[in-house]
Design a protein around this ligand. Sequence first.
Ligand SMILES: C[S@@+](CC[C@H](N)C(=O)[O-])C[C@H]1O[C@@H](n2cnc3c(N)ncnc32)[C@H](O)[C@@H]1O
Length: 199
Amino acid sequence: MNASDWDQRYAGQDFVWSVEPNRLLADEVGRLRPGRALDLGAGEGRNAVWMATRGWQVTAVDFSPVGIEKGRRLAQENAATVEWIVADVSGYRPAGSFDLVVVAYLQLPFSVLSPVLTRAAAALAPGGTLLLVGHDRANLRDGVGGPQDPAVLHTVDEVSGPLAGLDVQRAEQYRRPVEVDGVERLAVDTVVRAVRPVG
Ligand SMILES: C[S@@+](CC[C@H](N)C(=O)[O-])C[C@H]1O[C@@H](n2cnc3c(N)ncnc32)[C@H](O)[C@@H]1O
C-alpha cells in the first residue's frame, strides 16, 4: 500500500486502530527508563502518544499525512507532545540518536524493510532498544486477521538479520488475543527486542 492508500484508509473520523497502545509494546516499553524514542510507521499515533504520556520524548514518522493529522489530534486530546514527521521511512534518515526505536506493524517487503531496520539500529544510543512487533508469516496459517500478502509479513530470522551489532534479547512468535465476532482468537505476531551494547 502506498501513502494515498493509507490516507484513504485513515480518512474517516474514527480511528482505524485502537487509541490504546499495542499491549505487548506497552509491556516492553513500560520496563524502560524514558528517553528519546522514534516510532517508524506511527500511523494514527496510538503508540507514540502513549509513550509521550509516559515521559518519552517521541518523534513519530509516517508517510500518511492523514494518519499523522489524526496522531496530532490524539496527542492534543491527551495533552501529549510528539514531534510528527510526514516521511517515507525508506528514505528517512533519523537525526541524532535514540534510546528506543519502535517498529510496529510496518508492512513492507523485506527488501525495503531491511535497510530501514539497519538504519534504525544505527540510530540507537548505547544501551538503546529496538522493538519490532508485526504480523508473522505464520499468521496466514495459524492466526487471524492481518495482511494476507506473505511478502509483507515477518519471520523472526528475517527481521533479526539486519540488526547486526545489536544484542537480540527477545526474538519469538507471540500469540496476540483478538476478538472476532465476540470470540477470542489468536493472531501470530513477530516480536524482536534488540539492544545496542554499551561500550
Ligand atoms: C498497520 S499501520 C501501523 C501503525 C502503527 N505503527 C500502529 O501500530 O498503530 C502501518 C503504518 O505504516 C505506514 N507506512 C507504511 N509504509 C510506510 C513507509 N514506506 N513510510 C512511512 N510510513 C509507512 C502506514 O502509513 C501505516 O500508518
